[in-house]
Design a binder for this molecule. Structure first.
Ligand SMILES: NC(=O)c1ccc[n+]([C@@H]2O[C@H](COP(=O)([O-])OP(=O)(O)OC[C@H]3O[C@@H](n4cnc5c(N)ncnc54)[C@H](OP(=O)(O)O)[C@@H]3O)[C@@H](O)[C@H]2O)c1
Length: 321
């Protein structure tokens, strides 16, 4: 199954019952099954995981569903990530860190395969850039994983163009995707490239990410595509007054367009991402079937160029030109 055919993906970070030490139970497996069923009914076949989500429980509940319904595996494109070590791993080590070492990548993939109860992973992403990266080492591990058939394709997440270029120089496989935070309230990947007009929240190094990915056939994926619901009904509880104002102004416009296009607010927020010509893949994080359906309505929306810009400017909080 080629990743290019997918327009929407389901992010599984919320599955498995949370990041606590408590084991998952039957309800969490049922919840995962409902999410998978809802997605497949909507034609969404791409599922995004990470070894660390809910401390492994997100992959574990997903694997339980695959074990009880093995016919589902061939209908699903399964992506997972490695490279983050949480505090407490191994026991006694309190420092959270990144780890692209051979040992960690191989171990993480083995554990993910066991939890997901699958023979192979369709796409493996390096989760967050590791400053101690040895690109030759990663190249060697990726080659081994590819040869063994355990991983079909490889990609990265939260990587800048320079980080991707360095890694690709040594890899024998192409970097096929880059998963970035991208939504109306975090449009830094666009802002840096717009002449003389930086947005308010640009994390450093994002400039040129979209162009680099388009030039090198790297599929961009957008995490937190609905801004955690802040533009579609979820109340902002923080103290940042400027952000509060941006949320208010942008969500008003989202509401207006939702009425105009006769779709739920979430659909407008996701449609804004889909409208970008780079064919960015929104990774929807909801575990609520109704909200997933609302998001999928984005595929029916065609925003006009001026509507897309109105949302963009309100989301970032500054006007153009
Ligand atoms: N690569 C990375 O570093 C990275 C980082 C973060 C996430 N991710 C991936 O991206 C996926 C999506 O991220 P995300 O979960 O932040 O995305 P999101 O789709 O923007 O947000 C989904 C979350 O917001 C809640 N939500 C949405 N609308 C709401 C509303 N109107 N009212 C109340 N709550 C609402 C959902 O709750 P319900 O479940 O109740 O709908 C869910 O917890 C993750 O699952 C993961 O796969 C990757």
């Amino acid at each position: 199954m080629n990743q290019e055919t997918h327009r929407l993906a389901i992010g599984c970070m919320g599955l498995g019952g949370g990041w606590n030490e408590k084991a998952h139970d039957k309800n969490h497996i049922t919840q995962a099954e409902k999410v998978i069923e809802t997605a497949l009914e909507l034609g969404i076949r791409f599922f995004d995981h990470a070894d660390i989500y809910a401390r492994g429980k997100a992959e574990a509940v997903f694997g339980e569903v695959l074990q009880s319904r093995p016919e589902l595996r061939e209908k699903i494109f399964l992506q997972t990530k490695c490279g983050i070590q949480l505090p407490g791993d191994p026991p006694g080590c309190q420092q959270g860190r990144y780890d692209f070492s051979r040992e960690h990548i191989l171990d993480s993939v083995e554990q993910s395969l066991l939890r997901l109860k699958t023979e192979f992973i369709d796409m493996l992403l390096l989760h967050r850039p590791d400053p101690l990266l040895e690109p030759e080492e990663v190249a060697n591990v990726f080659e081994q994983l590819k040869q063994s058939g355990k991983v079909k394709e490889f990609g990265v997440s939260n990587h800048t163009p320079a980080q991707m270029a360095l890694l690709q120089k040594f890899l024998t496989v192409p970097i096929a995707s880059n998963q970035m935070e991208f939504h109306l309230l975090q449009s830094g990947m666009l802002d840096g490239g717009i002449s003389g007009s930086k947005g308010p929240m640009d994390p450093p190094g994002l400039e040129g990410t979209i162009e680099y990915c388009r030039l090198h056939n790297i599929r961009l994926q957008a995490w937190s595509p609905v801004s955690k619901g802040l533009l579609s009904g979820q109340k902002y509880k923080g103290k940042d007054e400027k952000l509060k104002e941006r949320i208010l102004n942008c969500s008003r416009k989202v509401g207006e367009f939702s009425k105009k296009h006769k779709v739920p607010a979430e659909a407008i927020v996701v449609a804004w991402i889909l409208h970008h010509p780079a064919r960015i893949l929104p990774v929807l994080g909801s575990k609520n079937p109704e909200r997933i359906k609302n998001c999928a309505k984005s595929l029916e929306v065609h925003l006009k160029r001026e509507e897309w810009y109105e949302l963009y400017c309100l989301g970032r909080g500054t006007n153009l030109p």
